[in-house]
Design a protein around this ligand. Sequence first.
Ligand code: ZN
Ligand code: ZN
Length: 1018
Amino acid sequence: MFAALPDKPDHPALELEILELWERERTFDRLREQNRGGPKFSFVDGPVTANKKLAVHTAWGRTLKDVFQRYKALRGYEQRYQNGFDCQGLWIEVGVERQLGLNSKREIEEFGLAEFARRCREVVVESSADITRGSQRLGQWMDWGNDYFTFSDTNIEYVWRLLKRVHGQGWLYMGHRSTEWCPRCGTSLSQHELSQSGVYQDRADPSLFVRLPLLDRPRESLVIWTTTPWTLPANVAAAVKPDAEYGRRENGEWVAVERYPDEQLAERRRGEALVGWRYAGPFDGVGPGAGVDHRVVPWDEVTLDQGTGIVHIAPGCGGGDFELSRVHGLDVLTPVDEAGRFYDDYGWLHGLSTVESADQIIGNLAERGLLVESGLYEHAYPHCWRCDTPLIFRLSDDWFISVEELRPQLLEANQDVEWTPAYMGKRMDDWLNNMGDWNISRRRYYGLPLPFYPCSCGHLNVIGSKAELEQRAVRGLEQLEELRRPWIDEVPITCAECGAEAQRVVEVGDVWLDAGIVPFSTLGWQNPEYVPQGYATGAAEGLTTADLPDHAYWEHWFPADWVSEMREQIRLWFYSQHFMSVVLTGQAPYRKVLGYEKMLDETGREMHGSWGNMIEAAEAFERMGADVMRWQFCAQPPNQNLLFGFGPAREIQRKLLTLWNSVRFLADYGRIVRFTPHWGAVGEAGERPLDAWLAARTARLVEEATAAYEAYLTVNVIRAFEEFLDDVSNWYIRRSRRRFWDGDPTALQALWAALVQGLRVVAPVMPFLTEHLWQLLVRGADGGPPDSVHLAGWPDAGRADLALLDEIADVRRVVALGHQARQASGLRVRQPLRRLVVEGAPLAAAHADELREELRVKEIELGHVEATELRVKPHLPALGPRLGKELRAVGAALAAGEFEQLDGGRFRVLGHELGADEVLVERSGKEGWAVASEEGVTVALDTRLDSELELEGRVYDLIHTLNSMRKEQGLELTDRIAVTVPAADADLVERHAEWIKAEVLAVSLDADGIEAPQIAKI
Ligand SMILES: [Zn+2]
Ligand SMILES: [Zn+2]
């Protein structure tokens, strides 16, 4: 028998109970046992960086992963359920630096790299434990404890193996170039790091126009423009556009004519005529600039949309400038060190940072009469994604993987991938078409040690495994705790070419190497023998029991059937694993991808810890519950940003009450007659038309939900479920109340079966509430139902009787329009009316009785609605995209009444045929009639009242009042009462006593001289 339900669910409390239930009954283990040997669904988890607590952003992605793993499990698929943690790189380092109060690389080295590495590992240990707890609380089912950690020696070895192969292909090279550099972190950044959101931020920089005196043309000068004053001491040339026109002002300043079209110019020349002119460098008095022969050079890339058309060239401080220096053999000056401070040979500038030097440089230029103008310039400027410091350009030697040869293969492999939403696949193509070589080196500490050992003989040794390192080590193996700095730096090797001792480069690898290798390192690619717990090596020892499988296992599970991360990962994890997979196997590492956009707060702002609008997952669990969070995540179309917050959560809690109240209704009436449902009869269509309709409606839900899950679109699951709930609650239950009052077991069984199927299809989205209701509704049923909704498998849709569904959909449309018309007339819902005329809903004809009851009218007539006025407007969302520019004309013609009415609610206007769903139709009725119309269906309600209708209206009001009083006084549904009403209502008692008594379960009904009705329990 069903237990009683409270008014509303306490989500957090019931979720904790369900977690205990799952634990106690080993539900997840049993699910895995049940699916063992089933078809495989290979999902590879993108590692979460283990440097913080679980945030709601991360919970979003984890929910989507869990939803589809749960769905596939219901369908019997065997899965791996391996979670992953990203454990190295700048994110981890920055936390530890802050903890320890270290502010520069020098301070880290003074602190000691061994201790620094241990502290970094501690961060990972703590964070991974917290994220695990949070994920479990979220309801995510993973094989916790068997996680992969990217700082495992095994993972590192797999990256080494890849790098060795890349080197074998001739794609690895050391690049010497001017590149984006973070002065705080003391390292260069790669192109994909710059592509992350938040890197480009608006900021105001100095804007200065500077005069460079020409050496061979007295009293003449070039004028250049810059927003980075600190680069001026590194100036070596000035570039002009050869085919552009330049002019000399009266005061001798040369600028591009196009930039100053209104100025009087004393002389004009084409840019190529300026080439070769010599000028005095802006800071020849300070530093190495004095030794440079400053000249004008030609450059086609010079643009004439800002500045002066003459460009200041500092090859040590700009990417394009550096390329130009190679063309013209220009000097390259590097004015600042790793920390962005001027070197000692820059005189009075030495020791100043790029920011600190700006004012002094501007002042100095002004003193010497070289400053034409200075001000501020607002622009989007790149910042370090990790520490938010504005980036500079700096000359750097970095390790690169050349992508040119691989690019066609990368593009081709992406054609085999099915992306949702599809535009994200296009984004991947764009990236693959445009990306430059991959800068894989970082001048940092806690990361993958690049296995590069350049020898003085010129040979580059690349080590491919730990075994190879041990074989070729000269010394230091005994102290090698992990494949990591500082220990690995104490292990030199023998050069394969000349036998001399070779030392490892100091650089560590880009973290996306660590994450990209996962489809190989965790699945045992090319590993000869399955090693239990073989992945738990190096820093990962003691943190996981993950195995290192063998190659056969890899062949079984690779490629992934499905992966899912946010859109940003296109250039990051989706890219890095794609790249590595194409290098190693020539094919993409995944078949299907689900991407999704960003999460913002509920007002549409970015979430930031410092703005106070960041929501910790722990707070959300406590205040809204995991199911409500999951619902919020799943209701979001993946191509739009999610506005997450407590406001939307309350809205969802309200919506879920429809489910709760429907279950509660069933439980309450089922308890009265001690109803026991039959598990075996789920899915059977009932005999009565309404029961048959409910079974068909339920079958339709299963079909819709199946299609939605198969398309990886949770938003469609939610939509289908909400519509289903509305039909169950506002049609089936509403239309069957009388049967429930009578304890009709077929109605109870029909409703039970529909709700049970509903729980099953939405269980992946809301694992807790559905399980809670399953325990309550299903666990004690006849016929041995499964112990858990998650062990019940995926429901069979059966056959949805589409004709029947269409019929009731028509009926519901007429009812909705009837209510709309009544509302517009100002008549209250309970007032019975004489007549309703329906036009355009032929399928509703068979349901005249139901329409009469629902709309409280005496007669239904199917026919033509005589409306006095018809107003038609375009429905913009539907029509705008189709008509484009013609929309305006069509709208005007409709407004002017220049249209022809066609059947089925369609219209012809200006040669276009408009469907019923493309127009908004307003009709006003004749005097005494209320009219409503939508999508080709029109209803007209006779609003005239007579004394009989008025009397009945009062009866309905009285019944409503009495039933409200029953509820307020807490009476049971079966309690009988005695009723007394005021003398003014004596006419109601006289005419309709039996009707009233039946509706309120009264044994007596009397009129008396009291003010208001009274009831008493018998
Ligand atoms: Zn930084
Ligand atoms: Zn050598």
